[in-house]
Design a protein around this ligand. Structure first.
Ligand SMILES: Nc1nc2c(c(=O)[nH]1)N[C@H]1C(S)=C(S)[C@@H](COP(=O)(O)OP(=O)(O)OC[C@H]3O[C@@H](n4cnc5c(=O)[nH]c(N)nc54)[C@H](O)[C@@H]3O)O[C@H]1N2
Ligand SMILES: Nc1nc2c(c(=O)[nH]1)N[C@H]1C(S)=C(S)[C@@H](COP(=O)(O)OP(=O)(O)OC[C@H]3O[C@@H](n4cnc5c(=O)[nH]c(N)nc54)[C@H](O)[C@@H]3O)O[C@H]1N2
Ligand code: SF4
Ligand SMILES: [Mo]
Length: 876
């Protein structure tokens, strides 16, 4: 750590890695892993390593906006306060709503919840965590009586068996993946099982991959429960002393038909034998479990297995929900969900309500649960909600049936959005956009997946007129007349109040207790080290390992096993009908508002795509790189076909990251039905039913340009490069003049055009030079364009390189699509090095090419390339 570097926390996934950030003198930051942070001990993934490239203020919203005009804070705040006040007065408090985010800091989140539940007096505050962690929260509460994540990261290393189900850890929690990989390398007897319908990058670490039929986790875990009992692995003492509901849960499990999983007998017995014989087992789960119309049941099916075998509350044991967003946990702590109160207290409990109201000295308190996300936007659409405030999330892209959500927002009387950017798909629908500070500029705390609270600290100045979220919320509260409850002068003030309230919650029998931090001084908060809750003020520090005493937070102190049934699966689908699975890629974060600014991160996948099995592709007449139209009654998108046997027949997979800002017709949530789990209210974002057809373009194109392109074609997707932009294109009609088209698209002004046009073959290659320098190039073909993307991007701003050739001159190897984002090493370079140098390990690739030697996020892909290359060499 240098004298200028600041210890802070990565704003992406719930791993919650510590980072050291140092201003680089050019407005950016140099970022490295904090060797002392207990989440990562110095490691960072590709997204964390690229943080420094995402803090430019170039595209930021720097002043409040009312309609299309800039406004002063006073004007914007008065308007927002007035609209919320009038709606609440005229139509009751339930006519207004906040939709917030697991990317707010705890202090922001706390005041948002306080304002809605204690001052406006409605439960109508829900969060994008509804789309993310709600099923886990519901499952925890049913089993443990409260929302406790019992695990700690070291359990992942201490376990002899790590089961990863519905989790692509290698891409979504890469540092946790690396920690498991390192533990397994040191202790190869450790077993890893991946349960996922897709063969993901995470499978690289697995001893066993169970590609179950999607939506059959309950059947599999019920089977595990029956096998545990049949083979003597149940812990009878624990069952009799600490559990209730065992017999009923087992009975239901016994009635489950495991055949629906699609696994064969050998796989099933291998897996259950491993489970039965391995005491130290951790089951990590994420969105393949939560995002389901029976997500809470999936969670309880997993927890049941751990409870029945007593594998909970002990080192190296336990069900472990890994949280998605950096502060998903903090949001749960402050009560940001519509069906919770603050500090894990219960909104339905009158004693809890009165206690919170009097602690806040609030004029009112929400009497009942508010609307959960899907219902909230439904109510926005029907006009029941008159004023909506969206903070730190992009529901126009991420909500199920997203096109309907967009329509609802555009018809709503009054929509406010707080974001760092005024151009997101959601911000573009707002009446007022408030410029928030972002990571690197704001101060506060976040809680990661293993309950470790870490500080986010400011390294950069607040740009222009932006304000911190907690300030904006307190300002609106004051403008609404609620001065007393919101006289906070810093995040620390808020933190202290939150910590004091948690002491009250602990007295009421709750798990969440950070009252030991309620008196924290300015200096202590400034230098606060990561700390795992509970941190009690009441004499002895409570046990850090929850449930080690066999005591839970239910009225009888016993954990409850919940009988869970496997729902019926829909009929097998025949092409062109498919089941669409959606999720994440390694180098992008959600709707890309920040990761999309990093040229390095845009290299991994430059456009939206659809994974489809080779046999299905043949049936549909699709070949690699064709465009596919994916549609159902909710909507329609166009994606690039990626033909791969990583996905099973009958299923397709699309990433969620592209938006109206970055591509045409590619918001995959447009296709997701707004069906929710009845227990948790979480939408089933992992299964949409779609039909596929080839998108018949008459031409395909690829372009690079120094200016941000303006595309209006049927299909386009843009990505930022180091020195400009790239664009994938296709359309159903041909422009009258290619030069005119290219000039408008690439905004080339008076640049000089040179071209090669083969009208007969429908091929166009066009370059634009300003002086000697290349400022844009367009490649058009009747089939998907075959040019080296890497090479074309490199030619921008250069002179003397023949961009029209489409690839480097013979002596230079085209590096191919980027695999290692840190050192920009492409597939072709890696394959050539493997063959030329006879490389046999990822380590050797790292030594030879540096690929995989920095953040390590690409190591699973390097391993896959290695085994593919070795397989091919062996076959030759
Ligand atoms: N790179 C990157 N990392 C991220 C994020 C990001 O945007 N980008 N977002 C963060 C957030 S908020 C979250 S919530 C997490 C999500 O982290 P993950 O849950 O690991 O990621 P997903 O890709 O959404 O889905 C995980 C897997 O569930 C599988 N799956 C689908 N259906 C089923 C099923 O029925 N059963 C089982 N067992 N598996 C199924 C999918 O094939 C997919 O591989 O990632 C966090 N980390
Ligand atoms: N089909 C499908 N849909 C899904 C999922 C899926 O797997 N499949 N996953 C779901 C899950 S798990 C999640 S978590 C959601 C994520 O979906 P979203 O939350 O909608 O996605 P983000 O792009 O993270 O949006 C965050 C926004 O907040 C802004 N922002 C960042 N930091 C701050 C800040 O400090 N203050 C303010 N005011 N703004 C800030 C960013 O610029 C960005 O516009 O998507 C959900 N939707
Ligand atoms: S694993 Fe990567 S994205 Fe997640 S917190 Fe760590 S550095 Fe950030
Ligand atoms: Mo999430």
């Amino acid at each position: 750590m240098t004298s200028q570097s600041t210890c802070t926390t990565c704003p992406y996934c719930g791993t919650g890695c510590g980072v050291l950030a140092t201003p680089n003198g050019a407005g950016g930051l140099t970022v490295t892993g904090d060797p002392e942070h207990p989440a990562n001990f110095g490691r960072l993934c590709s997204k964390g390593s690229a943080l420094g490239e995402t803090v430019s203020t170039d595209h930021r919203l720097l002043a409040p906006q009312i309609g299309d005009s800039s406004a002063s804070w006073d004007e914007a705040l008065s308007l927002v306060a007035e609209k919320f006040r009038i709606a609440a007065d005229d139509h009751g408090p339930d006519s207004v709503a906040f939709y917030v985010s697991g990317q707010l800091l705890t202090e922001d989140y706390y005041v948002a919840n306080k304002l809605m539940k204690g001052y406006i007096g409605s439960g109508n505050i829900d969060t994008n965590s509804r789309l993310c962690m709600a099923s886990t929260v519901a499952g925890h509460k049913r089993a443990f009586g409260t929302d406790t994540v019992p695990g700690a990261y070291e359990d992942l290393e201490l376990a002899d068996l790590v089961i990863l189900t519905g989790s692509n850890l290698a891409w979504c929690h890469p540092v946790l993946y690396q920690r498991i990989a390192a533990a397994k390398a040191a202790r190869p007897t450790m077993q890893v099982v991946v349960i996922d319908p897709r063969r993901t990058a995470t499978c690289d670490l697995s001893d066993m991959h169970l590609a179950i039929q999607p939506g059959t986790d309950v059947a599999l875990f019920n089977h595990l429960l029956t096998q545990s009992h049949a083979k003597g692995a149940t812990d009878l003492t624990f069952i009799s002393q600490s559990l209730s509901g065992f017999a009923e849960a087992l009975d239901t499990a016994n009635k489950t038909d495991v055949a629906v999983t699609g696994l064969n007998q050998e796989q099933l017995s291998e897996f259950s034998n491993l489970w039965v014989s391995t005491e130290k087992s951790v089951t990590v789960f994420s969105q393949g479990v939560n995002q389901s119309d029976h997500g809470a049941d999936k969670v309880n099916a997993i927890i049941n297995c751990h409870l029945a075998t007593g594998r909970i509350g002990k080192p190296g044991c336990g069900p472990f929900s890994v949280t998605g967003q950096p502060n998903a946990m903090g949001g749960r702590e402050v009560g940001g969900l519509a069906n919770t109160l603050a500090c894990h207290l219960d909104i339905e409990n009158p004693v809890h309500r009165v206690s919170v109201q009097s602690f806040w000295n609030a004029p009112t308190i929400a009497e009942s649960q508010g609307l959960k996300a899907v219902d909230m936007f439904e109510a926005v659409g029907t006009g029941k909600i008159k004023a909506l405030w969206v903070m730190g999330t992009n529901p126009a892209v991420s909500m199920p049936n997203a096109s309907k959500v967009r329509a609802a927002m555009s018809n709503c009387d009054f929509v406010v959005v707080s974001d760092m950017f005024g151009t997101t798909d959601t911000a573009r629908l707002a009446d007022v956009v408030l410029p928030a500070t972002g990571w690197g500029e704001k101060e506060g705390t976040v809680t990661n997946s293993d309950r470790t609270i870490s500080r986010q600290r400011a390294i950069l100045p607040v740009p222009s007129d932006a304000r911190h979220d907690w300030q904006i919320i307190c300002d609106v509260a004051k403008y609404m007349g609620f001065t007393e409850g919101f006289r906070f002068s810093s995040p620390l003030d808020i933190f202290r109040e939150h910590a004091a309230l948690s002491g009250l919650a602990a007295k009421l029998g709750k798990d969440f207790d950070i009252s030991g931090l309620a008196q924290i001084s300015d200096v202590e908060y400034q230098s606060m080290k990561p700390v795992k809750w509970p941190v009690s003020s009441r004499g002895k520090t409570p046990n850090q390992r929850f449930f080690s005493d066999g005591q839970f937070f239910t009225p009888d102190r016993r954990a409850k096993m919940i009988p869970v049934r496997q729902p019926h699966l829909p009929q097998m689908l025949e092409p062109p009908q498919f089941r669409l699975n959606t999720g994440r890629i390694r180098d992008q974060w959600h709707t890309m508002s920040r990761t999309g600014q990093s040229p390095r991160l845009n290299q991994h996948y430059g456009e939206p795509f659809l994974e489809i099995h080779p046999s299905d592709a043949i049936q549909l007449g699709l070949v690699e790189a064709d465009l596919v139209k994916v549609s159902n009654p909710f909507g329609s998108v166009v994606l690039r076909a990626l033909v791969t046997d990583r996905i099973s027949q009958g299923q397709v997979f699309a990433p969620i990251h592209w938006t109206g800002e970055t591509a045409a017709n590619s918001v995959v949530s447009d296709l997701v039905a707004p069906d929710v789990d009845p227990v948790s209210g979480q939408p089933d974002s992992k299964s949409a039913y779609v039909s596929l057809s080839k998108f018949d373009a008459v031409w395909y194109g690829y372009a690079v340009g120094v200016e941000q392109p303006h595309a209006t074609t049927n299909y386009w997707a843009k990505a930022k490069l180091v020195d400009g932009w790239q664009l994938e294109l296709a359309d159903v009609s041909t422009p009258e003049s290619w030069e005119g088209f290219a000039r408008t698209l690439l905004q080339t002004g008076k640049a000089q055009c040179s071209s090669l046009i083969d009208t007969h073959k429908g091929r166009v290659r066009m370059a634009f030079h300003s002086g000697e320098q290349l400022v844009g190039a367009l490649f058009v073909d009747q089939a998907p364009v075959q040019v080296s993307r890497n090479f074309a991007g490199m030619t921008l701003h250069q002179s003397g390189l023949d961009v029209l050739a489409g690839r480097p001159r013979t002596t230079q190897l085209d590096p191919g699509p980027t695999v290692c984002a840190c050192f920009n090493v492409g597939v072709n370079t890696i394959l050539a090095a493997i063959e030329d140098n006879n490389l046999v390990s990822v380590e050797q690739i790292a030594t030879t090419l540096s690929a995989g030697s920095n953040c390590g996020s690409c190591r699973p892909e390097l391993a896959a390339l290695l085994s593919e290359a070795r397989r091919q060499l062996a076959a030759e």
